[in-house]
Design a protein around this ligand. Structure first.
Ligand code: 26Y
Length: 815
């Protein structure tokens, strides 16, 4: 047995340089003279990984041998961002790295930049998973992230000459990827299809085909915690490389078919979010990673045991279902317990219900996954049987509770031809949570109302959070230093509530000026970043106003672009005098799902509005608009710290939480936003006077839907809005082509499902307040600083503490 030692003691810069040289020599096989930045990046990454190895082994051993329940975070997405800088920070090796790399003749930034960002997620849900595992490791809580190592992450976005989004595959594994270790010896078999037969009174699943799930392990180092957790992403391999028979008949393409079919499972990340895609491959992906992960957990916690006592399973690990994507895990654990380990139904159900909890990340009914029963039956026949039985038991339980028949009808998990995954998750686990106060309330009152009536105790809230290590310390070193100076300690990085200590400093004009200088420096840096990456010229003496997030109608990028157009029109008409003009640069960043027509048309519109405005000498220096391509974590880390005004303008009741809003507030941007998602709590924390609120409330939205919404009425009523839409309709942004945006215009005027038009006037009106405040830099920055000081609550460390207390009922490993 290997001795489990404490983590390696810190190294000097010289030692670290030697370690990099060694990696260059033995793994990259280049001399330091031959080495490029890409070589040094791989070598340094491997050296850091080696530094973490002992702490990783120790964490694993303590996790398995101790009696602290671990957390298994099951997620189809982990949007990690670049790893090297973060690993250095958490391992306490940043200074050694900087000096070592310089000794080797490189700039640290070039080495860090050589990393290719893995895009294994779509947006908020995937990034949240990444923040959560960072926080769990930092808190010292034993945890496993379980997901899929997609070969192709979220597509790379470019724009064609007409401003249309073009999606290109993101083959992020083109070059050596030093972080993931593929562990062929810890593989799992995952099977599909076939039929269920009865043998000796027992149901036996005879699958038709299987794939080999091979784990790729990523280390998740905690910040100053000496703990290193595991992110285990599964990749699919074929058991049959070649079908020899077919090959001998020289049908080469047919011969590799099984391999292609198997490996397809982990090939691509579906780029849809918020609109469900009922694709067979997606269900295969879900089952693939969940089945492998559950078996893996049994392997980890009951090593070598042929007949483990799995009644203890829920004491070993609690599984969080990150939205409905891993919910097939509920029937899968039932199947494992009953078919593979011979437990009776009731025992299996007890274990299963105790093991799982479900987080819902949406309010859009169309984002709740529903699978055709026929598809589940074909792909996972045994699971369909189990789901039917779960549904029967569920209906009986509801009857016993005295729930009315028509309510039971509405609540059915299995409807006869479909399986509702959110309902299965709600019934099949112990707790259900939304991701912000308002969202959790709406889940109880609307989306899952019947369930909350029947099982009120299951429902709880955990407001999202973001990791301050990546999103303040790494993204905004200037602000980090200032915070540390202001507080006299850097402990805030592990206890973000300490930011409160900055509140009194908002009264200190000198400190506020320092804060303003940091923001200006960040703007300056972003100007260089934008020039380098996008080839654009940005004027740093303008208000930096940003809207970055997925492109979706409910998020209302169209509301923002209509406002920009109206501001442009006012400037053109000379309605604003030279003294009144507040120069602004508006940044958008957003990917649209490839099949989402209106979203893609909105991107095209923004690009063409940008072209017209940026090339119009009449508004030069007053208004500029940039649609930045390929919004990703790296862009977020550069743009958020430079932003002064953040847009969070979704229709009230539609954005479950938002996490960008938290990152902006923590980086000293003021928010203009609606009373939606976590905006509500952000406004409460930072103070209503430090937040630009506009628009309808959830109740007002509901009432307007009920009364019958007619967007044309709003169009007629506000000349600013009317003018903006007319400019889109009359071809101003399409070289006179009146058809170019006709579908968007028609949608605005006749449907406008998310009521952008109804909120336009209040949104336009509040701009005067924003501009007035911005003209007083000291006051603006005072409020921005108060946003930072009062946003400590939005640390993902706090989110984790809430999950630990309300849902997981576990905690850190003993030291
Ligand atoms: C079913 C499939 C197409 C699907 C794939 C991805 C459905 C949803 C998603 C992703 C959803 C998502 O990212 N939701 C966001 O989660 C964040 C973290 O909780 C929230 O802050 C944000 O409001 C929500 O839109």
């Amino acid at each position: 047995m290997t001795e489990i030692t404490a983590p390696k003691s810190p190294v000097t810069a010289e030692q670290f340089a030697d370690e990099i040289r060694e990696q260059l020599k033995y793994t990259q096989n280049v001399t330091p003279e031959q080495a490029t930045a890409a070589d040094v990046y791989v070598a340094a990454s491997k050296a850091v990984r080696n530094h973490l190895a002992d702490a990783w082994f120790k964490t694993q051993a303590d996790t398995v041998n101790g009696d602290t329940k671990a957390v298994g975070y099951l997620s189809a997405e982990f949007l990690m961002g670049k790893q090297l800088e973060n690993a250095l920070l958490n391992a306490g090796l940043t200074e050694q790295f900087d000096a070592a790399v310089e000794a080797l003749g490189f700039q640290p930034k070039d080495i860090v930049d050589a990393e290719y960002e893995p895009g294994l997620g779509n947006g908020g849900l995937g990034r949240l998973a990444a923040c959560f595992i960072d926080s769990l490791a930092s808190l010292g809580v034993p945890a496993f992230g379980y997901g899929i190592q997609y070969k192709y992450g979220i597509f790379k976005q470019t724009f064609d000459e007409n401003g249309k989004q073009v999606e290109t595959p993101d083959y992020w594994l083109t070059n050596e990827e030093p972080w993931g270790h593929i562990d062929y010896n810890r593989d799992q078999k995952v099977s599909f299809g076939g039929e269920v037969v009865e043998e000796n009174g027992k149901k036996v699943w005879k699958p038709a085909w299987s794939v080999r799930a091979v784990p790729v392990d990523y280390l998740v180092p905690g910040y100053k915690s000496q703990r290193v957790n595991t992110l285990r992403l599964w990749t699919a391999k074929s058991y049959d490389e070649f079908d020899l028979l077919a090959f001998n008949k020289s049908e080469y393409l047919d011969a590799v078919k099984p391999q292609v079919k198997a490996e397809n499972i982990s090939k691509i990340l579906y780029p849809e979010d918020s609109t469900k895609v009922g694709k067979e491959l997606r269900l295969e992906q879900q089952y693939f990673f969940v089945s492998a992960s559950l078996h893996d957990a049994i392997r980890v916690f009951y090593p070598g045991e042929a007949k483990p006592d799995l009644t203890t399973f829920p004491n070993k690990i609690t599984f969080q279902l990150n939205d409905t994507h891993p919910v097939i895990g509920i029937p899968e654990l039932m199947r494992i317990l009953i078919d593979e380990y011979d437990y009776d139904w009731d025992t299996a159900w007890g274990i299963t219900q105790k093991t799982f909890n479900y987080t819902c990340h949406t309010l859009l009914p169309e984002a709740l996954e529903v699978w055709p029963a026929s598809l589940i039956g074909e792909l996972l026949p045994r699971h369909l049987e189990i789901i039917k039985k779960i549904n029967e038991q569920f209906e009986d339980e509801l009857k016993d509770k005295g729930v009315a028949d028509e309510t039971i009808e509405r609540m059915r998990i299995y409807t006869g031809d479909a399986v509702r995954m959110a309902y299965l998750a709600t019934y099949g686990g112990s707790h259900v949570n939304g991701v912000a106060e308002l969202h959790s309330q709406l889940l109880k009152d609307v989306t899952l109302k019947d369930f909350s009536d029947a099982y009120p105790d299951k429902f709880t809230n955990v407001t999202n959070g973001v990791t301050p290590r990546r999103f303040i310390k790494l993204a905004n070193p200037g602000l980090s230093d200032l915070i540390t100076e202001g507080l006299g300690t850097d402990k805030w990085l592990s206890d973000l509530d300490l930011l409160q200590g900055l509140v009194p400093l908002a009264k200190d004009d000198e400190f506020v000026k320092k804060f303003a200088a940091v923001k200006q420096a960040n703007k300056h840096s972003f100007v260089a970043f934008a020039k380098q990456h996008y080839g654009i010229d940005v004027d740093e003496n303008t208000l930096f106003n940003t809207m970055v997030k997925r492109l979706h109608e409910y998020k209302r990028q169209s509301l923002k672009i209509l406002l920009v157009i109206s501001q442009y029109a006012a400037l053109k008409k000379g309605e604003v005098s030279a003294e009144e003009i507040l120069p602004r640069t508006v940044f958008f960043g957003a990917k649209a799902a490839p099949g989402y027509y209106l979203a893609k048309l909105t991107i095209e519109l923004i690009n063409n509005v940008s072209k017209v405005i940026n090339n119009d000498p009449d508004v030069k220096g007053k208004l500029a608009v940039h649609m930045l391509p390929n919004y990703n974590i790296e862009m977020a880390q550069n743009l958020i710290p430079a932003t002064e005004l953040d847009e969070q303008i979704s229709q009230a009741g539609k954005e479950a939480s938002g996490t960008g809003n938290m990152k902006f507030a923590l980086n000293g941007a003021l928010t203009v936003g609606t009373l939606d998602g976590a905006n509500v709590e952000i406004r409460e924390k930072v103070g209503a006077e430090n937040f630009f609120l506009f628009g309808m409330t959830v109740d007002e939205v509901e009432k307007l839907y009920a009364d019958g919404y007619d967007p044309a009425k709003y169009y007629e009523a506000d000349p600013r809005l009317k003018q903006a839409i007319e400019l889109v309709a009359n071809g101003t942004f399409s070289n006179g082509d009146r058809n170019a945006y006709a579908p968007l215009v028609a949608d605005w005027l006749t449907k406008d499902w998310f009521m952008a038009l109804a909120d336009f006037s209040s949104y336009a009106d509040i701009q005067a307040q924003i501009e007035k405040l911005y003209r007083d830099p000291l006051e603006w920055n005072r409020k921005a600083l108060l946003n930072v000081a009062n946003s400590g609550y939005f640390s993902s460390d706090r989110s984790m503490e809430d999950y630990l207390e309300r849902i997981w009922h576990t905690g850190p490993l003993a030291d």
